[in-house]
Design a protein around this ligand. Structure first.
Ligand SMILES: [Zn+2]
Ligand SMILES: [Zn+2]
Length: 114
């Protein structure tokens, strides 16, 4: 199997039925996969959720979109990021328009207008 095939297989295995909910903060569609097509992956996810005591994601749950996922990943408040009109996900809260990693590396997210 070459790298391309492997990537395609992984993508296929990680696909599944997505939640149809909408994120209340950003208004984008929910990014949570409710059911993976791959039974092994689904079993792993179920087991992990059971250990973490995570409640099942339902219509009543808080829905997380791609923008939320960024905030969660970066340990920021859920509304720290917004998608701007160019389709970029930008930091809007936090007092400064830049990202600082744990190593103190600053990634400037401001970009010049053309
Ligand atoms: Zn959802
Ligand atoms: Zn969101």
């Amino acid at each position: 199997m070459n790298e391309d095939q492997l990537k395609r297989t992984l993508k296929k295995r990680l696909s599944g039925k997505k939640c149809k909910g909408k994120c209340a903060i950003h208004g984008e569609s929910c990014n949570v996969v409710l059911k993976y097509k791959d039974k092994k992956i689904q079993a792993t996810v179920d087991a992990l959720n059971a250990i973490a005591g995570a409640p099942k994601h339902t219509d009543e749950s808080q829905h997380y979109c791609e923008v939320c996922a960024c905030a969660i990943r970066d340990n920021r408040p859920i509304d720290a990021y917004q998608r701007n009109e160019d389709g970029f996900i930008a930091l809007v809260k936090g007092g400064q328009n830049r990202l600082e990693t744990k190593d103190g590396v600053v990634i400037d997210t401001t970009f010049e207008e053309e």
